[in-house]
Design a protein around this ligand. Structure first.
Ligand code: DAK
Length: 230
């Protein structure tokens, strides 16, 4: 039986999902996306869970769409599977806060996955980038939409049109992440801090947290139709 592409844990009322494809920098294979969505759905329906943490492993957060897998798909298969849209829709369906703990690279779909979270904490080693243009394509999971809302047009354009990544400090200054954590013991410190914040949120009224999250998302998108096309 193949190894799971995610590790699911819980710490009191906090559900923790760790991406777990170290040999591929946690690239988003179809299997990983399905397992991630299953874990999100499971935590969403679990009344003992009040918040969710999504993080990577010691290879970093996520290198984006699985390039090898994608390159083997026919157009029809890629179109029908539409993994990235499923991923985006799956995050929209979660009413509990999702804290992303970004402990290293967050590239392409990895940066977009980070932006699907509600609050981001980054390690000092984290980098954020949309390198799709270097592969002859554009961000395919909301990057063109979320990045402009998170950091403004000029910085978003710079990242998307050059493919250059930004550091955790730059991401914090630009408003992409809420907090940058100390470098020493990056992973455990980031996870611990993320867990503490998630636990704090989890102690509040669940319906009120869900309403607050919904209101913020409405403000971010200002649209009733939740589909992100790119
Ligand atoms: N997918 C699959 N495998 C990956 C990968 C990825 N994204 N990133 C890394 N790997 C694999 C490498 O192939 C290598 O595998 P082996 O050769 O060992 O089998 C292993 O991870 C280690 O990689 P490196 O040898 O390159 O390790 P380094 O430490 O030197 O570099 C790196 C690590 C993460 C900086 C580098 O691998 C890298 O730059 N990776 C690619 C990052 C990237 O370009 N990400 C964006 C992916 S594209 C759309 C649909 C989809 C998309 C766009 C539009 N539409 C529907 C419109 C695509 C979106 C993307 O995310």
């Amino acid at each position: 039986m193949s190894e799971s592409t995610i590790i699911v844990e819980r710490s009191e009322r906090v559900g923790i999902i760790r991406l777990n494809r170290p040999k591929a920098y946690n690239a988003l294979s179809g299997i990983l996306i399905n397992e991630l969505l299953d874990a999100l759905r499971s935590f969403e329906s679990d009344t003992n869970i009040g918040a969710i943490i999504l993080t990577g492993n010691d290879k970093g957060f996520c290198a984006g769409a699985d390039i090898k897998e994608q390159s083997e798909l026919s157009f029809v298969n890629a179109y029908n599977q539409d993994y990235l849209k499923n991923l985006n829709d799956g995050f929209f369906a979660v009413h509990k806060p999702i804290v992303g703990v970004i402990n290293g690279i967050a590239l392409g779909g990895g940066c977009e996955l980070a932006m699907m979270c509600d609050i981001l904490y980054a390690a000092e080693t984290a980098t954020f980038g949309q390198p799709e243009i270097t592969l002859g394509t554009i961000p395919g999971a909301g990057g063109t939409q979320r990045l402009i809302r998170a950091i403004g047009k000029s910085k978003a354009m710079h990242m998307i049109l050059t493919g250059e990544a930004i550091s955790a400090k730059e991401a914090e200054a630009a408003g992409l992440v809420a907090k940058v954590l100390p470098l020493e013991e990056v992973f455990s410190a980031a996870l611990k801090t993320g867990t503490q914040h998630a636990s704090k949120i989890a102690s509040f009224s669940a319906p009120v947290v869900a309403m607050a999250k919904e209101a913020v998302n409405e403000g971010e998108w200002n649209i009733s139709e939740r589909t992100v096309h790119y």
